[in-house]
Design a protein around this ligand. Structure first.
Ligand code: SF4
Length: 329
């Protein structure tokens, strides 16, 4: 592991100045992903600026519904928060579906959003990888890609985003708030992750040096019975093969609104707008759920070794929606 300096930031302003002063400086949250990448040589910062002890934690309800979630709130605290469990259960379920208890106790909300892909080529500096070394190639396209993207991938990268939390947050229309030395800004989470295109090394729309300060859910859920379901390769903790977060507004057997997001299928959490639009104002039947899921996945372009994900995503969407529709309303 390359030697590095460590500094605990005394305030947001100091953290911003330290990172702006040197391109080799990185923010440190819980460190559950960054430190692993430093051990393997994927990340080689000269200095870590620890922001975990800044007063950026806590979860507050917003007037009229919605939540403000501090950037350094731990995953464990988010999953256990009474209002999250009561009003946004899909978010709590998503967080609990990720990692282990020990990791969730350390990992922060902002760090979770910024975690890097678990593509095995990315994690191995001896391999080529366009995301790690611009223009070096993407061995996953013709190599091991059974767990890679089937939607919006490019010829340059087919990595998936590994966060469970982000999938539920996308379903709830979450917004990322940040600070820079030039002032603050907001980015809807649906626009936070950049299309992979021909520059997979550019991952988010955050300005250089920006520090995430909070993530907000702008309003109430459609229903207090949202759901997150994840398929993974083993029962102990593992990243999603495919996951679905869904929130349905059902009245008299008809869909008055829905929010659906998929994980494990693209380089970003995938908001299923096509399915949502097809379901709107129609009966909540298995046939319609299947038609909506098939329409959402019609744009899939799987690689030879991961076409199974298209079927899996379709079936998981249908199952989650049918389970929600079967609940007493
Ligand atoms: Fe790198 Fe993306 Fe290709 Fe994986 S899929 S090797 S992260 S460029």
């Amino acid at each position: 592991m390359k030697a590095f300096a460590y500094q605990r930031a005394a305030g947001v302003g100091e953290a911003l100045c330290l990172v702006a002063a040197d391109a080799g400086v990185r923010y440190l949250g819980g460190g559950t992903n960054l430190v692993d990448l430093m051990k393997s040589g994927v990340e080689t910062p000269t200095r870590l600026v620890d922001v975990r002890f800044l007063p950026l934690d806590g979860i507050r309800g917003k007037p009229g519904g919605g939540l403000e979630i501090g950037a350094t709130t731990t995953n464990s605290d988010l999953a256990a928060h009474p209002e999250v469990r009561r009003s946004y259960p899909a978010l709590s379920q998503a967080v609990l579906a990720g990692a282990s208890g020990q990791l969730r106790n350390m990992a922060t909300v902002a760090g979770n959003l910024l975690q890097r892909t678990r593509c095995a080529y990315f994690a191995d500096p001896s391999q080529a990888c366009n995301k790690r070394v611009t223009g070096s190639g993407c061995p996953a396209i013709i190599g091991a890609h059974h767990n890679h993207a089937v939607l919006a991938r490019s010829a340059h990268c087919a990595a998936t985003h590994p966060s469970d939390m982000a999938v539920a947050l996308v379903a709830f229309d979450a917004v990322v708030h940040y600070e820079t030395l030039d002032g603050g800004g907001d980015i809807p989470l649906t626009e936070f992750y950049l299309p992979v295109g021909d520059s997979p090394e550019r991952e988010t729309a955050l300005p250089p040096g920006a520090l995430i300060t909070s993530v907000s859910i702008p309003g109430p859920a459609l229903s207090p019975r949202s759901r997150y379901r994840k398929v993974r390769e083993r029962a102990s903790y593992a990243f999603a093969t495919v996951s679905v977060a869904a929130d349905l507004d059902l009245r008299d057997g008809r869909v008055h609104g829905s929010r659906i997001a998929l994980g494990g299928v693209a380089s970003r959490p995938w908001r299923a707008r096509t399915a949502e639009n097809l379901l709107l104002d129609g009966p909540a039947t298995a046939d319609r759920f299947r038609a909506a899921a098939e329409a959402e996945l019609a744009a899939a372009s799987p690689l030879p070794g991961n076409a199974y994900k298209v079927t899996l995503a379709r079936n998981l969407m249908v199952t989650v929606l049918a389970d929600l529709a079967a609940l007493p309303y």
